[in-house]
Design a protein around this ligand. Structure first.
Ligand SMILES: *Cc1c(COP(=O)(O)O)cnc(C)c1O
Length: 423
């Protein structure tokens, strides 16, 4: 997302989240801090709800993009289910009020303990992502005398995704069951009867901005559905995955939820199946910013002018991990000719670089900046590297705001550790 946006706009020269001044928030909760807009969350979920209305489709928000309980509760109240990839995420979804029959459990390395937990939750959709996982699941289900609702995640062998590290749908990737093996596994699950195979799933990657790769994958699911039905097996559910990208750099319009819904109508609309989609990034990325204070400006004789921020790669790892671009705006821009900054954090790694040669209004120590597109894969991927405290999270709704995840105190962080008495 580029700043300003609809929900993060300037008022009298100062950047606000809806009706709340980011300067006021920075003073109240400290920096760095993530700030989320309720209006933006609702609006972005709504684009899916409206686009897929009338298609019997569960919009299962992918919790890993941002698992903050308040964010989840806003989305749950507005009609979202949840796509989860760990026991912890399932707990978060339930805590936010999403019932287990609206939760999908994905992930290619679920432990026995996680599968056993999932078996206790009525109606949960278990996405089986490999043959060995199927075998472990059937053993656990038999031992507990339950018959879970299972969908087989197919690897449709399509290339997609903004970066090699987030492409998941190509045959060499670790995700999903290859098409032929998935067909065999579906038949086997039906024969063995330990689980209830109800359908097929795919998820081909993330930050995908065109519809074509989705079309290739969904046509694959369609062919498989028809082939399985021709053998007399029932296929009642298709889980179409997530992965729609956002416009981090102002590159221009990409595919929208409405485009995806049209594509779904064209590719699988005639199959009479219950659908699910699993959007994460495209719901929350643009609903959040990361605010940070300038520690100082270091104009080096040998070249770059470093803008040193109090946010680091531990707060926003996407640039270090994926060479990702995040827009950066001065919260109270000063007048004057723009300056090209190398924007860095304080962490002791050269990888802790957010941008090089970024043109910004002139900035000084103590000034505030905001990273756009920081609602997804930012707080949820944060670490305490360099013993830096996790940043606070704030939710804004119109003129009101709340600290929804305070920054822990250093004593609390240290108190989690135990020293054996034999040292
Ligand atoms: C990560 C993930 C998603 C969400 O991806 P986005 O790119 O955030 O929309 C959906 N489904 C599965 C299985 C995932 O792993």
């Amino acid at each position: 997302m580029t700043l300003p946006s609809d929900d993060f706009a300037y008022r009298e020269g100062s950047l606000h989240a809806e009706g709340v001044s980011l300067t006021t928030l920075a003073e109240a909760v400290g920096t760095p801090a993530y700030v989320y807009s309720v209006a933006a969350l609702r609006h972005r979920l709504d684009r899916y709800m409206v686009a897929f209305a009338g298609m019997d489709c569960l919009v299962a928000y992918a919790v890993k993009a941002n698992g903050n309980l308040s964010v989840l509760s806003v989305l749950a109240t507005a009609g979202a289910g949840a796509d989860t990839v760990s026991e912890g995420e399932i707990h978060r979804a339930l805590e936010a009020g999403i019932s287990s029959d609206r939760i999908i459990f994905s992930g290619m390395g679920k432990t026995d303990a996680e599968l056993a937990y999932a078996l206790t939750l009525p109606g949960l959709q278990l996405n089986v992502e490999s043959t060995p996982e199927y075998e472990r699941l059937t053993a656990l289900a038999r031992a507990r005398d339950v018959r879970p609702t299972v969908v087989i995640r197919v690897n449709p062998d399509v290339s997609a995704g903004g970066h090699a590290k987030i492409a998941t749908g190509k045959s060499g990737d670790k995700f999903g069951v290859p098409v032929e093996e998935a067909m065999a596994l579906y038949r086997r699950a039906q024969d063995e009867g330990a689980v209830r195979p109800v359908g097929l799933a795919c998820h081909i990657g993330s930050q995908i901005r065109q519809v074509d790769p989705f079309g290739d994958a969904w046509r694959r699911l369609r062919q498989m559905t028809l082939a399985l039905r021709a053998e007399g097996l029932s296929v009642d559910r298709l889980d179409l995955g997530g992965g729609l990208g956002v416009d981090y750099a102002g590159a221009g319009a990409g595919a929208t939820p409405a485009d995806l819904a049209d594509l779904a109508r064209r590719t699988v609309g005639d199959l009479v199946v219950k659908l699910a989609v699993e959007p994460g990034r495209s719901i929350v990325a643009e609903a959040g910013v990361l605010i940070s204070r300038v520690i100082h400006v270091n104009a080096r004789q040998d070249g770059p002018t470093f803008l040193v921020l109090d946010a680091g790669m531990n707060d926003l790892v996407r640039p270090a991990l994926y060479d990702a671009w995040h827009d950066l705006a001065a919260i109270n821009p000063r007048s004057g000719a723009p300056v090209a900054y190398d924007v860095v954090g304080p962490v002791c790694e050269t990888g802790d670089t957010f941008a090089r040669g970024r043109l910004m209004p002139p900035l000084q120590a103590g000034d505030l900046v905001a990273f756009g597109g920081a609602g997804a894969y930012a707080a949820s991927m944060a670490s305490e590297y360099n013993s830096r405290l996790p940043a606070a999270e704030v939710l804004v709704d119109g003129e009101r705001w709340a600290l929804v995840r305070p920054r822990p105190r250093l004593e609390e962080v240290l108190a989690r550790e135990v020293r054996p008495d034999w040292i």
